[in-house]
Design a protein around this ligand. Structure first.
Ligand SMILES: [Zn+2]
Length: 245
């Protein structure tokens, strides 16, 4: 889905424990550079490639991957994308999630995975184990800092928004006033909501992070789960930061 010239929301479907789940990586590009924000689960490389082709920006043009955070549905495609590319693609993320993304610490949300998998039927358990099996070993080329302005595609501001994970970031695309929200917020049934409590270990910090977003003039929000939200985004984010449901 095209947001504006140079910003496309990709739509890739993951099959998770027998349930279809739509994921929304964002593709940010201009004549010189193409950046992919988040990469799907492991095994979704063909879908990412196809979605990029559909957007008119083939993998051969991709120069950077920015990870909003460490969760497996966001970092899962990195290795396959790097392996599938004939040129160097840089991988960037915040320092707070670096040790998890690089495999020095187990992914935060994987801690109880063994127990959770044990309750699934055999076939699903195998599928999930394959998906979550090996810890990631994604070397970051560099880390991103809060408030850092990346001089690409009209300017991309990195906003450190911890809570969902310790190193979660959002990206503010200055030219189109678009917020790539990662999992700092979700869209459900057309409404913009705060982060999912069951997947957000530090809700208090996550709500404080929403407050930070109110400093930006946001017209369009892209949530990795739920997609695009455009209705009075500034007002809605302010309400969420003040604890609205
Ligand atoms: Zn997610």
């Amino acid at each position: 889905m095209k947001i504006t010239d140079g910003v496309d929301v990709l739509e890739i479907i993951a099959n998770r424990s027998g349930q279809a789940m739509l994921l929304n990586p964002t593709l940010i590009w201009d004549n010189t550079i193409a950046i992919l924000a988040d990469t799907g689960f492991p095994g979704q490389y063909p879908d990412i490639r196809a979605a990029m082709d559909k957007a008119g920006v083939p993998l051969s043009r991709l120069s950077k991957i920015i990870l909003t955070h460490q969760d497996i549905d966001h970092i899962g495609g990195v290795q396959e994308i790097l392996n599938g590319s004939d040129h160097k693609i840089e991988v960037l993320a915040h320092l707070g999630d670096k040790p998890y993304i690089e495999g020095d610490l187990p992914l935060l949300k994987m801690k109880n995975i063994e127990q959770r998998l044990a309750n699934l039927p055999e076939e699903q358990r195998k599928q999930a184990a394959a998906m979550f099996g090996a810890p990631p070993k994604n070397k970051l080329d560099r880390t991103l800092a809060d408030g850092e302005k990346l001089p690409y595609c009209g300017g991309i501001t990195v906003i450190f928004t911890p809570g969902h994970t310790p190193g979660h970031i959002c990206l503010y695309l200055e030219r189109s006033k678009t917020l790539v929200a990662g999992d700092a917020m979700v869209v459900a049934e057309g409404q913009l909501l705060g982060p999912r409590p069951n997947a957000t270990p530090d809700m208090e910090t996550a709500i404080k992070s929403l407050n930070k977003l109110t400093q930006y003039d946001i017209e369009t929000v892209i949530c990795y789960h739920g997609g695009v939200y455009r209705e009075h985004a500034n007002q809605r984010i302010k309400a969420l930061a003040q604890g609205a449901a």
